[in-house]
Design a protein around this ligand. Structure first.
Ligand SMILES: N[C@@H](CCC(=O)N[C@@H](CS)C(=O)NCC(=O)O)C(=O)O
Length: 213
């Protein structure tokens, strides 16, 4: 059986949601962040050289990196669900948004988080550049969600499951006001109504207030 190692308040919520949406049997192992540093505990670090969540185990296979895990589970157990085939008219959108999530958006959030935590003033030219990159990303997502209900098109795909963390739980680490983005907020309302998302968040982060607005 698939085992998901989930670190509280982290990107591994994506994998719990993925497995809930696919209706897979899995064992969930919860790990808590160090209360002082917020880093991963030794129980997680010992699982994989990266020492980050998520990590899954499937038989002898131990896999890290949420994008890799997403492709692995969808390819092996998804039966064609949550993905678009190359023949789908929105295939390019699917591939773009799937990779934008961890290739650009989440690193941009992380860079801004570091600047914020180091107390770099917003008018510092590097901080300003990093912030404007992120704002450009939000504007792009806002435009896309004015064209389609979900990032790849009219249905939920892995691209959404990859992206939602950065728009929600990541805001515990880098607070971000979504008021200027009504399409993003409407999208998060649609996500909040999805039963598999609700189940995943309850199982992975019971009691955590969901930042969906
Ligand atoms: N690109 C990686 C990022 C993994 C990552 O940085 N996870 C964070 C949680 S959001 C983590 O484990 N942090 C704890 C630590 O670095 O000690 C992925 O998507 O899996």
């Amino acid at each position: 059986m698939l085992t998901i190692h989930h670190l509280g308040k982290s990107q591994s919520e994506r994998i719990v949601w993925l497995c809930e949406e696919l209706g897979l049997n899995y064992k969930l192992v919860l790990h808590n962040r160090d209360p002082v540093t917020a880093l991963a505990p030794p129980s997680l670090v010992e699982l994989h050289p990266l020492g980050t969540a998520p990590v899954i185990a499937d038989g002898d296979i131990v896999l890290a990196e949420s994008g890799a895990i997403m492709e692995y589970i969808i390819g092996k157990y998804g039966g064609g669900r949550l993905t678009f085939a190359p023949t789908h008219p929105e295939y390019a959108q699917y591939v773009f948004w799937l990779h934008y999530a961890n290739g650009n958006l989440q690193p941009a959030m992380g860079r801004n988080m570091v600047m914020h935590r180091l107390g770099v003033p917003p008018d510092n030219p590097i901080a300003a550049r990093i912030r404007s990159r992120l704002l450009g990303g939000f504007a792009m997502i806002e435009t896309r969600l004015g064209e389609a209900s979900f990032l790849a098109g009219d249905t939920l795909t892995a691209a959404d499951i990859m992206t939602v963390f950065s728009l929600t739980t990541m805001r515990y680490f880098y607070p971000f006001d979504l008021t200027p983005y009504p399409n993003v907020r409407g999208y998060l309302k649609r996500i909040a109504a999805i039963a598999s998302y609700q189940r995943a968040m309850k199982k992975g982060d019971l009691g955590m207030k969901l930042l969906l607005d």
